[in-house]
Design a protein around this ligand. Structure first.
Ligand code: CTP
Ligand code: CA
Length: 225
């Protein structure tokens, strides 16, 4: 019925959400990572599940509780996340890339604990695969929603990511702003869509914001059809 459509506009859609940081191993006791708490990604998964989507949440290590009616796939590294996302991608309708994926990993992973030496140490890093850009090259029918964490020039960088990664929407936040970004319970998001679409959401809790973002994208997608 029309009512069910309004309450559960994503019923029948498969949505893949990624969240959290990744961990890139240096040796058996050490890793490189970032301050992502997973809160925004978990809130996005909760929102799409509430709106009826068949929801898969792929996340790096976080301490958030898995939302109801969400299928959870825990991963560790950027490479693990890439593989898990690739498995789900062919049957996905939407992919929401909230994860703070490491851009670099140690070029060599030591099998034994590295012992300290006198003087400074140098760690050689190699680039990880850009998961969102990889999906952007392969997409057939999927809607791709990326995030952009910036400390300056939000609009310029967000638009550049939208184009470079062939995404449909980029949700950008200024992580240097008070009440925004890593670890906070609130966030302020700027939505950039293809065709120069722009929408700014007021600062609010990540769970309320996630619901508003998903509803806004549902509405924009309806208008496009
Ligand atoms: N992303 C990804 N795979 C990576 C790096 C980033 O899928 N290896 C995704 C993120 O999940 C996010 C989007 O790309 O949805 C933008 O991430 P961000 O770190 O802001 O952009 P980068 O392209 O990595 O550029 P930079 O960190 O230099 O700003
Ligand atoms: Ca990055």
């Amino acid at each position: 019925t029309g009512l069910t459509q309004e309450a559960r506009p994503l019923a029948g859609k498969k949505v893949v959400v990624t969240a959290g940081p990744t961990r890139e191993r240096i040796d058996p006791v050490r890793y490189l990572s970032n301050f992502s708490s997973g809160k925004m990604g978990f809130a996005m998964a909760e929102a799409v599940a509430k709106l009826g989507a068949d929801t898969i949440l792929i996340s790096g290590p976080v301490s958030e509780k898995v939302p109801e009616n969400v299928h959870y796939i825990p991963v560790e590294s950027a490479q693990d996340m890439l593989r898990a996302v690739e498995n789900e991608f062919p049957t996905a309708d939407w992919v929401i890339k909230s994860a703070a994926v490491a851009d670099y990993r140690p070029a060599v992973v030591h099998s034994k604990k590295m012992k300290k030496q006198p003087g400074n140490a140098v760690l050689e890093l190699e680039r990880t695969t850009d998961i969102l850009a990889t999906l952007g090259e392969r997409k057939t029918h999927q809607l791709l929603i990326g995030f952009a964490a910036e400390t300056n020039d939000v609009e310029t960088y967000a638009k550049e990511k939208l184009a470079r990664k062939n995404a449909d929407y980029i949700l950008a936040n200024d992580v240097s702003e008070e009440g925004s970004g890593f670890g906070t319970d609130t966030n302020r998001i700027h939505l950039f869509g293809k065709n120069n679409h722009y929408h700014e959401f007021p600062q609010m809790t990540k769970s309320a914001l996630a619901m508003d973002i998903v509803r806004k994208i549902v509405e924009l997608e309806r208008e496009r059809q």
